[in-house]
Design a protein around this ligand. Structure first.
Ligand code: PGA
Length: 246
């Protein structure tokens, strides 16, 4: 499975970043899962270059290629540090006004630099008529339709219902609802990546994943990994979460 630890802005000291990195390194060397960590920019710089450690992801990337864009971090700078994945369209970025067009540009910059976008999609709330499915379809389609057939194979979809993010584990999605959603996302993806190649696009889940719920969320739902926020920012919790999958 692909397990991405999204540190968000929870980590504010280099000592903590180093401890978390060391923990993730033990898990990636010993275990069978692909461990990816997404530190904030300064800690990407600090942790880059480690051998046999977890892969690095960026939590965001600039919508521009560089130049006069104060405060932005261009894809080229991330690539040079060895970043392999770039989270795009996280709901916390969308809440800052990021549009589907921005997210598409970011995904394209990541791809152009040989990095894999992790495209976050998910509804804010559910309604009884299942209109929320259309919203998720629109979020995926907006990006996929602008990519080349080859680029469409180098993307990860992270289904992250906004209502489940940052809550306690008991408020995460249920395994049966997750299984249904994964099937739906696979159907949407089939419009862009038909046939067996569809399975080359991993669909992962994020939203209040913890050591207690990860096992049931993983079994029989078709999910291929997890995007973990808060629970990835404590060494012991992240370790027991990964071990729960072994
Ligand atoms: P959470 O965050 O695990 O803290 O709910 C997940 C995410 O937003 O990626």
């Amino acid at each position: 499975m692909l397990i991405v630890g999204n540190w968000k802005a929870y980590v504010e000291s280099s000592a903590k970043a180093k401890a978390l990195y060391a923990g993730a390194k033990r898990l990636s060397v010993k275990g069978k899962h692909e461990i990816v960590i997404a530190p904030s920019y300064p800690y990407i710089g600090m942790l880059a270059g480690g051998k046999a450690g977890p892969s690095l992801a960026s939590q965001d990337v600039s919508v521009t290629t560089g130049g006069a864009a104060t405060g932005e971090v261009a894809a080229g700078a991330l690539k040079e540090l060895g970043v392999e994945y770039v989270i795009v369209g996280h709901s916390e970025r969308r809440a800052q006004g990021e549009t589907d067009a921005d997210i598409t540009e970011k995904a394209r910059h990541a791809l152009a630099h040989g990095m894999t976008p992790i495209l976050c999609v998910g509804e804010t709330e559910r309604d009884s008529e299942a209109q929320y499915l259309k919203g998720v379809r629109a979020q995926i389609s907006a990006v996929m339709e602008k990519l080349t057939p080859k680029e469409r194979l180098t993307i990860v979809i992270a289904y992250e219902p906004v209502w489940a993010i940052g809550k306690t584990g008991s408020e995460a999605i249920t395994p049966s609802d997750l299984g249904e959603m994964i099937l739906y996302i696979r159907k949407v993806l089939a419009d862009f990546v038909p046939g067996r190649a569809n399975m080359k696009v991993p669909v992962i889940y994020g939203g209040s994943v913890d050591p207690l719920n990860i096992r049931s969320l993983a079994s029989g739902t078709g999910v291929e990994g997890f995007l973990v926020g808060r629970a990835s920012t404590d060494v012991a919790t992240f370790s027991s979460l990964v071990k729960a999958l072994s």
